[in-house]
Design a protein around this ligand. Structure first.
Ligand code: URA
Ligand code: SF4
Length: 212
């Protein structure tokens, strides 16, 4: 795929301008079957940016990130961790819903490396605009999109890390000041055998984020 870069405005005034431009993105084939682009949302002066994987079925229909079951759990965890939701901006590594039809149902498919790479310019544009202090990576897709394919969430979760130099790309935002923290994806909490323990793990990681 050509990637999103040609749709990204070079000097956006605000997030709203980025969002409007992303509505017309044809950077990979995912726009064809999805309902709409689901861009990030939150405070323009957010100190913390959360990055998920891609919109789910509910998000695809509403056009907003994390408004389905995973989003409900995430908001609860943010609250339990003592993070002020007014300081947040929430987005996804890939901005269109990828799915396959099974009968009449749309079943989530994990985005592939080509989709993550194609969509990355939007994430970079969001970071450049927001200049957050901390990026919280929710799950493996987001973590690998930003920190590289060898990053392991299970091994490195819940720790504040300086933005690794190895994850910098020539076209990127200035990263010197940004920290990163990876944690489990809220959808993985919903699927976990021991959901209470998985939830506590998420909240514990987010408490570390709250110290920034
Ligand atoms: N899961 C995600 O990663 N992002 C959403 O927006 C919803 C569910
Ligand atoms: Fe563009 Fe990303 Fe949608 Fe692909 S998934 S069409 S790159 S916004």
């Amino acid at each position: 795929p050509p990637g999103a870069q040609q749709w990204v405005p070079p000097q956006p005034r605000d997030i709203a301008e980025l969002k409007a431009a992303a509505a017309g993105c044809r950077g990979c084939e995912l726009f064809q079957d999805a309902t709409q682009t689901v861009f990030g949302r939150g405070a323009e002066d957010a100190r913390i940016v959360f990055v998920g994987e891609q919109p789910g079925d509910v998000e695809d229909q509403h056009g907003l990130p994390f408004v389905g079951p995973a989003g409900r759990l995430l908001r609860e965890a943010v609250d339990d961790a003592g993070i002020d939701p007014a300081q947040l901006y929430i987005t996804n590594a890939v901005k269109h819903f990828r799915f396959e039809m099974r009968g009449k149902r749309r079943i989530h498919q994990t985005p592939g490396p080509t989709h993550i790479t194609a969509c990355r310019p939007w994430l970079v544009a969001e970071f450049s605009r927001l200049q957050p202090e901390l990026v919280v990576l929710l799950g493996a897709t987001a973590a690998k999109a930003l920190l590289g394919p060898s990053f392991r969430v299970t091994r490195s979760r819940g720790r504040l890390m300086p933005w690794p130099a190895s994850a910098q790309h020539p076209e990127d935002f200035p990263v010197a000041e940004i920290q990163a923290l990876a944690t489990i994806h809220p959808s993985a909490v919903l699927r976990a055998d021991n959901r209470d323990a998985a939830y506590r793990g998420l909240v514990d990681d987010l408490k570390v984020a709250a110290t920034v």
